[in-house]
Ligand binder design. Structure first.
Ligand SMILES: Nc1ncnc2c1ncn2[C@@H]1O[C@H](COP(=O)(O)OP(=O)(O)O)[C@@H](O)[C@H]1O
Ligand SMILES: [Mg+2]
Length: 240
């Protein structure tokens, strides 16, 4: 298992600085929630961690090892809000999971589908035959099949019906505890972050403005933005 260290990461799009010198740690086997208003740079930071954003300064370390400017995808996996960003709509879901498995693990498709609550008998189905929640489960299976030490989850339940969000979050929490990966969990929903994360980091205009144990920060926020985010916390339904 692995830890994630983000050191002075800066991402610029032209003259616009989307992420500005961010330092953040996700220790081994823990979950750090990343919150902030829309446009604050959360997704850009998540993409920088997996080498999908143009990093102009700083370093990403996984297990103490520098990932370089174009990190290999294996040790760090990203699951997006839109499952079609990681799933080919024409590819059977079993093949999508198989593609992510290491060479010696090609027989494990059924195990990974089962792990996320998808009947392995549906391995030949394409994503469009599944519900939104099932598609997100398959995206998770594909990410976990690469056996990452670090998972970046970017608003992975935001596009789902409230009625299925809780089940997917429960699953993610169980899998994180069972497999022990470190997770950067990006969400605009503080109730969800409180449910999943050990630590929370608050982002504003590309900078981290507050970071600490989730209960401390949410009970005694020291920054106005955190207070503002707290004042409009939606409710979370986690009963299956
Ligand atoms: N590829 C890109 N090119 C130019 N600007 C971008 C790009 N991606 C994101 N941005 C800008 O960077 C800022 C942060 O975006 P993003 O990381 O998606 O925020 P969040 O996920 O917190 O909503 C926004 O102002 C957005 O418009
Ligand atoms: Mg985003």
């Amino acid at each position: 298992m692995s830890s994630l260290e983000i050191r002075g990461i800066t991402v610029r799009y032209g003259r616009f600085t989307a992420v500005d010198g961010v330092d953040l740690d996700v220790p081994d086997g823990t979950v750090t929630g990343l919150v902030g208003e829309s446009g604050s740079g959360k997704s850009t930071l998540g993409r920088a961690v997996v080498g999908l954003a143009p990093v102009t300064a700083g370093r990403i370390l996984v297990d103490g090892k520098d990932m370089g400017r174009r990190p290999r995808r294996g040790p760090v996996q990203l699951v997006f809000q839109d499952p079609y960003s990681s799933l080919d709509p024409r590819m059977p879901i079993g093949a999508s999971v198989a593609e992510a498995l290491p060479r010696d693990g090609r027989g494990e498709v059924a195990r990974y589908l089962e792990m996320v609550g998808i009947d392995p008998g549906r391995a030949s189905a394409t994503p469009d035959a599944l519900s939104g929640g099932q598609r997100q489960r398959v995206a998770l299976a594909r990410a976990l099949a690469a056996r990452p030490g670090v998972l970046v989850a970017d608003e992975i339940t935001s596009a789902l019906d409230v009625s299925v969000q809780g089940a997917v979050l429960n699953l993610l929490r169980e899998l994180q505890r069972e497999l022990g990966f470190a997770m950067l969990f990006i969400s605009h929903n503080l109730a969800v972050v409180r449910y999943l994360a050990d630590t929370v980091a608050v982002m504003d205009a590309g900078r981290l403005v507050e970071c600490g144990p989730v209960d401390d920060v949410l009970e005694r926020p020291s920054h106005d933005l955190t207070r503002a985010l707290l004042s409009c916390v939606p409710t979370l339904e986690t009963s299956p």
